[in-house]
Write a protein that binds this ligand. Sequence first.
Ligand SMILES: C[C@](O)(C(=O)O)[C@H](CC(=O)O)C(=O)O
Length: 319
Amino acid sequence: MGSVGNGNGNGGAVRFSGPMPAARRLRQLLSDPRRAVFAPGVYDGISARVALAQGYDCLYMTGAGTSMSCLGMPDLGLANGTDMVRNAGMIASLDPCVPVIADADMGYGGTLNVANTVRQYARAGVAGLHIEDQVVAKRCGHLAGKTLISREEYANHIRAACKARDEGTDIVVIARSDARNAEGGGFDESVARLRLAAEIGADALFFEALAGVDECKEAIKLLPRNIPVLINIIAGGKTPVISFDEAQEIGFRIVIWPFVGLEAAVPALENAYRVLKKTGKPPAEPAPMGPAGLFDVCGLQDLMAFDAAVGGSAFSSGV
Ligand SMILES: C[C@](O)(C(=O)O)[C@H](CC(=O)O)C(=O)O
């Protein structure tokens, strides 16, 4: 989409035009108070492509899914910043018109690491990221036994994230608090930390592990009105499983479903490998898509059209 103007009447200046940068697009979506942003969880190139084909306005890169798909490990803080930014940047590059909100865990260290994480995600084209208040040896927000950093340290991390954002990027900084179900935390501690993060300059707030619809309503009542609040819905997690419309009705402005793709993929994979082993053939249903059908999911037609548009003939007789 980028066009380079050279000797084209603008004094030889290089001019780029193309889709609105993803972070600006996310800010635009968030600026409409009547509408929540709906972001299904994706964890790799295939899940992102499949979700993009459904026409969502935004995608969510799950850190747990990244850890599982890129490392084969559960969400126990084993994926580092490099693993995460690589996956987030790849997903963000697939359709630059659709913003990606990506998990950035605890920012992978102290204030300097948090700032570096924000810069790297912004450079990778990620539209928004969330930074939480767990220690570096973190775990999934819906598991027991979480340990928090102090309120002061968290404030410093959010300050670092905002300062890095303000170096010339538009990336949306989402402050997450895990205090609700962490040792020494609780509902009030989460509220206090998220209010503090809003004062410091976070763009949105993520209240992790809200327990029940009444608590969701209470959180919305107690958090500042002028800042979008994210709800993280995981079947079998701590937060009640409510629909997008119900979440929007309560007042949430960003709704993520991190595991929707993983919950579909894991049983399907398990079935395919089991049947192949048992019968010597893959399951008959669903009908095989074939190589071209599978590659179509990942943009085969666009790539062939690109080649033809620039005069290539690599695919002129089909694939
Ligand atoms: C939202 C989350 O950070 C994610 O990685 O998707 C996880 C999801 C999970 O592991 O249940 C979280 O809530 O901590």
